[in-house]
Design a protein around this ligand. Structure first.
Ligand SMILES: NC(=O)c1ccc[n+]([C@@H]2O[C@H](COP(=O)([O-])OP(=O)(O)OC[C@H]3O[C@@H](n4cnc5c(N)ncnc54)[C@H](OP(=O)(O)O)[C@@H]3O)[C@@H](O)[C@H]2O)c1
Length: 242
């Protein structure tokens, strides 16, 4: 394939920023999606100064208009999309299930679960125009039912409702799209980037993994060739239990 075109949501900081950088370093033209224009512009300028072909696209993933505009932009500029990384997410907290508010539940699911579906469906026509479309849903090991119920795993002790269930649902969404797309050249997978030092985890204070390291498994799947897996859930070490 010649020039590849990618779109990464939540690209202005953290793991998403490093995914944009990693794809840019591989020669991909990357649209850096961000909901705050000033932050998106600054991140784009930084990566362009490093020599990567990065372009800012204003994209609040919970805004249907922004998603539609991004799809039109891709259509007009390139007529296709090769790589979609659904990275944007919110809401990692440890509110007990009995204390969670419906407001926070809804907003976390809007961003982490419903938005990836809206993104995929808006961009699927363009991904179908690629010879090898790739969709990477950035999930979490917190979304694993098995890890949350296995006595020796740390997830068993950490009680949280909205974020883990939003990622468990994202895993199922990945599975169902994978079934529908099985006969197409599009490959879709869910990836856990690992417990990483970003703004999302800063309050916890004990994440040491760098965002650059976390981005590696995501970038690898986004760039995978004919041997790309399909409908999997894993991290850099291999498959995770659902
Ligand atoms: N860090 C970890 O340990 C860890 C572990 C497992 C999975 N993950 C997953 O990795 C991904 C990246 O997380 P991170 O640690 O890099 O978090 P982060 O530093 O908090 O970055 C989150 C990104 O998502 C963006 N975002 C949030 N809501 C958005 C919306 N409505 N529209 C567009 N962008 C939005 C944020 O934009 P603003 O700057 O505007 O807020 C930011 O760019 C997430 O899917 C997360 O669940 C992280």
């Amino acid at each position: 394939m010649g020039e590849r075109i990618a779109l990464v949501t939540g690209g202005n900081k953290g793991i998403g920023f490093e995914v944009v950088r990693g794809l840019g370093a591989a020669g991909v033209t990357v649209y850096l999606g961000a909901r705050q224009a000033a932050l998106g512009d600054a991140a784009t300028a930084q990566l362009r100064a490093e020599g990567h072909d990065v372009r800012f696209v204003h994209l609040d993933v919970t805004a249907a208009n922004d998603i539609a505009r991004a799809a039109v932009l891709m259509q007009r500029q390139h007529g296709r999309l090769d790589i979609l990384v659904n990275n944007a997410a919110i809401g990692l907290d440890f509110t007990s299930p009995s204390l969670v508010t419906m407001e926070s539940m809804r907003s976390i699911f809007e961003t982490n679960t419903f938005a990836p579906v809206a993104m995929i469906n808006a961009l699927l026509p363009l991904l179908r125009n690629s010879t090898a479309g790739r969709i990477v849903n950035v999930s979490s090991d917190f979304g694993s039912l098995t890890l949350n119920t296995t006595p020796k795993m740390p997830h068993r002790k950490a009680i949280s409702l909205a974020y883990p269930s939003s990622k468990a649902a994202l895993n199922m969404i990945t599975v169902q799209f994978a079934k529908e797309l099985r006969e197409s050249p599009i490959r879709i997978n869910a990836v856990d980037p690992g417990f990483t030092d970003t703004d999302m985890t800063s309050a916890m204070g004990n994440a040491t993994r760098s965002a650059a390291q976390a981005a590696v498994a995501i970038v690898r799947l986004a760039l995978a060739g004919d041997d790309c897996p399909h409908g999997t859930y894993g991290n850099e070490d291999g498959p995770l239990p659902w």
